[in-house]
Write a protein of this length. Structure first.
Length: 259
């Protein structure tokens, strides 16, 4: 029996992806910080779609979080053929606003856990007939974003890592897909403490988590290496590539910086 393991599964894009995979009769392992939300979601999906589910509450900022998830799967004899690295968050404002630990905690969740879980589970994924790693990056991965600087850099890492890993695994049974959403109707803005002008700008273009999740799952099963969700975000990424970097950075700073 194979499972799809989803991190950050309790809400937002992670929850929406869980619902889509459940509707496709995929068994699910749900991982996030909130035990109450995870338990409720796992029970509801199991009852509604007649699939097998389980959940594990883990704080990804803690050392050994990836190993804890891996050992849990071993102890429960769970075999996975889909690994979805979705957990992540941002911190907005000038770099000096946050402590070194606050920055490195975010980097731990956004970057280190993606590498750790991919490394731990890759041997297991290779045993499946067909397997997938799905990484959730961001449209911010395509540029420096003053005022959202470390977050954007961490997502650039996820995108680069995903593309490189896919090339290394191109002759294997494992496909690696990296999704780059733009503004999405999730709790990201609250967690990141976005200022009002950034919130208002985002609200005009936000996609629903369901729409982003559907594009992500479709891209994964299609074996795509990289996808930017939404035509507006795709156009934005093209402009970022064409325009001078300083102009792009000045525009971003106008949204996310307090100045």
């Amino acid at each position: 029996m194979k499972y799809a393991l989803i991190t950050g599964a309790s809400k937002g894009i992670g929850k929406s992806m869980a619902e889509i995979l459940a509707s496709k009769k995929r068994n699910l392992l749900l991982v996030a910080r909130s035990s109450d939300l995870l338990q409720s979601l796992a029970q509801n999906l199991k009852q509604q779609y007649q699939i097998e589910t389980d959940w594990l509450a883990v704080d990804f900022t803690q050392a050994g979080a990836g190993e804890k998830i891996f050992q849990w799967c071993i102890e429960k004899n769970y075999s996975i053929d889909i690994l979805i690295n979705n957990a992540g968050y941002g911190l907005s404002g000038d770099f000096e606003k946050y402590s070194a630990k606050e920055h490195t905690d975010m980097m731990q969740v956004n970057m280190n856990m993606v590498v750790e879980l991919s490394s731990l589970f890759l041997p297991e994924l290779k045993k499946a007939t067909s397997a997938h790693i799905l990484n959730i990056a961001s449209s911010a991965a395509y540029q420096a974003v003053p005022g959202l600087n470390v977050y954007a850099a961490s997502k650039a890492f996820v995108l680069s890592f995903g593309r490189g890993l896919q090339y290394e695994l191109r002759r294997s049974n494992v496909r690696v897909t990296t999704i780059c959403p733009g503004g999405t109707d999730t709790d990201f803005a609250n967690r990141a403490n976005l200022i009002d002008k950034a919130r208002k700008a985002g609200e005009k273009l936000n996609m629903t988590s369901e729409a982003v999740a559907k594009q992500a799952i479709d891209a994964m099963f299609a074996g795509k290496t990289e996808k930017i969700t939404g035509i507006v975000n795709q156009i934005g990424a093209a402009f970022v590539w064409l325009l001078p970097k300083k102009l792009v950075e000045k525009t971003a700073a106008g949204l996310y910086s307090q100045d």
